[in-house]
Design a protein around this ligand. Structure first.
Ligand code: PLP
Length: 410
């Protein structure tokens, strides 16, 4: 009986190995191509709701050079680790910080989770182990990205949601009053919110954080590669665009190269004010070349790091200014043309994101998808949401508005 079973297993194994070896390289690549062809392509201009775009062409060569790297064990990849330190320093410079500490990680979600983890451990250490059973009390705006919902669930946060102003930013007076009357462990502000591109008044919030010794994290996953390069002619009067480390209360910033930084995925960024934050993230990693690890993810590629390094060096400040100006010009073009069709934006654009009022955005979004257009919807207001990323051209905007208009006429 046992013998028969063994023979069956051997036959199964041989068949399985046979199946696994079924394709030669050419066939594998041809098969993969079939799947790849099902994907949308950025250059077709149909992806109108994504914060990612076609990576800068140089990243293809860089990805090939660095595709074996693993920054989870940095002592084995010393050059790539050095590149990461240089990238953090380069990004730190345009965030007005000469001595930042941080990592290029998988994306904005991981960056936000890392920041909240640091916030938690900083607060616990301030309390000297007291009140550790209490939930971490964090002020997070309604407009925050859903990664904070993951943080809430994973770290059992008590979230306070301040009311929004008519500009869809957090009510600063509410924060000031709340902090005066209650213990608060941390505040999250957004510089370029996912749905509308709005920027919380980080300057005022930073002052509150500083005066009350509260950890302030700024989520500039999208805005981080836009606001520093935004020409004055696109800035609204009496609007506060400040969000970086020049504000004394800012402890950490999420800033993603794989969004407006033009890097290939995965390349998110988390920067802390200085190296003193590292100890709140480190865990022992005895079997690695560096025996402490601070990132959430262990094994991680150096492709994002090297690509970000290469693209920042290649484009420089002028290059990013040009990219942002082109996106902002297309943003204003969309707003003007949309109004000609009778569509109304929710707010004047702050960054390269346009929201168009719609009574039933989910239905419109679904109908547009059937026509081949991929926009997304807002949650904080009934509106369609379009992100004017570098891959979108004026003719795509014209064609899209024509489709939207024909949909509304039917
Ligand atoms: N934060 C903001 C403001 C975002 O807009 C996004 C994504 O759109 C994220 C965080 C999450 O980034 P990722 O999808 O790279 O994890």
């Amino acid at each position: 009986m046992l013998k028969e079973k063994l023979i069956m297993i051997i036959i199964d194994t041989i068949t399985l190995v046979g199946k696994m070896n079924e394709m030669n390289e050419e066939k594998v690549l041809n098969e993969l191509k079939k799947y790849q062809e099902m994907d949308l392509k950025y250059e077709e201009g149909r992806i109108l709701g994504s914060m990612c775009t076609k990576p800068h062409p140089i990243s293809r060569k860089i990805a090939q050079m660095f595709f074996e790297t693993n920054l989870g064990d940095p002592g084995l990849f010393k050059g790539t680790k050095l590149l990461e330190e240089e990238v953090i320093s380069m990004i730190g410079k345009f965030l007005k910080n000469e001595n930042p500490f941080g990592y290029i990680i998988s994306g904005g979600t991981e960056a936000n989770l890392t920041a909240i983890r640091a916030m938690k451990n900083v607060s616990r250490s301030k309390n000297n182990g007291k009140n550790n059973d209490n939930k971490l009390k964090v002020i997070i705006p309604e407009t925050a990205h859903f990664s904070f919902e993951k943080a809430r669930e994973m770290m059992d946060l008590e979230v306070i949601r301040p009311p929004l102003t008519k500009y869809y930013t957090m009510d600063v007076k509410f924060i000031r009053d709340f902090v005066e009357d209650n213990h608060v462990d941390g505040i999250v502000g957004i510089a370029g919110c996912t749905e509308l591109g709005t920027i919380d008044n980080i300057k005022k919030i930073s002052k509150i954080a500083e005066e009350n010794d509260i950890f302030l994290h700024v989520d500039a996953a999208f805005g981080g590669f836009v606001i520093p390069f935004l020409d004055n002619r696109y800035k609204l009067k009496n609007y506060s665009y400040e969000f970086d480390f020049s504000l004394g209360g800012v402890s950490s910033i999420t800033i993603d190269p794989h969004k407006m930084g033009l890097a290939p995925i995965p390349a998110g960024g988390i920067l802390f004010r200085d190296i003193s934050f590292k100890k709140y993230l480190d865990v022992d990693a005895p079997y690695l070349t560096e025996t402490q690890q601070a990132t959430l993810v262990g094994t991680r590629t150096g492709v994002g790091v090297a690509s970000t390094w290469g693209i920042i060096k290649l484009l420089g400040e002028k290059g990013y200014r040009d990219v942002v100006s082109q996106c902002m010009d297309k943003t204003y073009y969309l707003v003007i043309r949309a109004k000609e069709y009778g569509f109304e934006p929710v707010i004047n654009p702050i960054l390269n994101i346009v929201s168009i009022k719609d009574e039933n955005p989910n239905k419109t979004c679904e109908d547009l998808r059937k026509m081949g257009w991929y926009v997304s919807v807002c949650k904080c207001v009934n509106a369609l949401r379009i992100v004017l990323m570098p891959h979108i051209e004026l003719e795509h905007i014209d064609e899209f508005l024509e489709s939207l208009s024909s949909l509304k006429k039917n």
